[in-house]
Design a protein around this ligand. Structure first.
Ligand SMILES: Nc1ncnc2c1ncn2[C@@H]1O[C@H](COP(=O)(O)OP(=O)(O)O)[C@@H](O)[C@H]1O
Ligand SMILES: Cc1ncc(COP(=O)(O)OP(=O)(O)O)c(N)n1
Length: 230
């Protein structure tokens, strides 16, 4: 079940517009889900503004289920998806509630101040995320030194897609969100955190490998790769 926090207009070329929903709309959707259906695990994504980060943190404080926080900051194309003024709220109010956090390398830098230049920095970055309160640190993100993120790495139709041949860069949209959602699904099924992360990592690797061209820009990961591979 979803609680929408913002509406975006976006495609493979970038984000053309973003409209945060009123906090009242987020609260009402949350109650609709919680009071009827319930929740086994939560995944947070784009929260857009300080007000929405604070609203979501307030709502999740009373939830007795694991929370996976994907601290979405900017899109693959460099479009801002979180106001700079919301970073403190995310650091101080939401991350302490997280069972697992999945910042990419850019997100870990603004969250913690730790810049990852090589593998040896990863443990330090994970430690800094843990200090913010999340139980598990960052995803590995792109390989350190593996090139800049952004449309320059476009993997759409013109550059052959994100698929198998693209795995050295693996640039496609939806990687971080897919990883975080897959971890939350594993936790909802009762897996331990390490098992949920391992299973999600395997899933996102397959989804990136099967990523496909769509539109003229950066194509998506393929969420259905397991069905297609039989
Ligand atoms: N080149 C790649 N090859 C294989 N897996 C990758 C690659 N790039 C990213 N991933 C996987 O996708 C996850 C999310 O990517 P990351 O860069 O952290 O997030 P985002 O897509 O939000 O920038 C990583 O933790 C990793 O498991
Ligand atoms: C509404 C919304 N949420 C998150 C994103 C980020 O997506 P993307 O740029 O593909 O990055 P990852 O999902 O890979 O972190 C978005 N564009 N829109």
């Amino acid at each position: 079940m979803s609680v929408l926090t913002a509406v975006t207009a976006q495609n493979s070329r970038g984000v053309q517009g973003a409209w945060p929903l009123p906090a009242e709309a987020v609260r009402a959707q949350f109650r609709s889900v919680m009071d009827d259906i319930g929740v086994q695990a939560v995944k947070t994504g784009m929260l857009a503004s300080a007000e929405l980060v604070e609203t979501v943190a307030e709502l999740l404080a009373d939830v007795d289920a694991p929370v996976v926080c994907d601290p979405v900051g900017i899109s693959k194309h460099g479009d801002a998806l979180l106001a700079a003024s919301a970073r403190d709220a995310l650091r101080l109010k939401l991350l302490p509630l997280a069972t697992v956090a999945t910042p990419n390398l850019d997100e870990v830098a603004w969250l913690t101040g730790v810049r990852v230049h090589g593998e040896s920095d990863l443990r330090r970055a994970a430690g800094a995320v843990l200090e913010l309160g999340a139980a598990v640190g960052p995803g590995e993100g792109r390989a350190p030194g593996g090139g800049r993120r952004g449309p320059a790495h476009g993997t759409g139709r013109r550059s052959g897609g994100c698929g198998r041949r693209g795995m050295t860069t693996g640039i496609c949209t939806g990687r971080g969100g897919t990883l975080a959602s897959a971890i939350a699904s594993g936790l909802a099924r009762g897996l331990s955190v390490p098992d949920a992360v391992a299973s999600a990592k395997e899933y996102v690797t397959g989804a990136i490998a099967a990523g496909f061209a769509l539109g003229e820009g950066i194509g998506p990961v393929d969420h259905g790769w397991r069905w297609r591979e039989g």
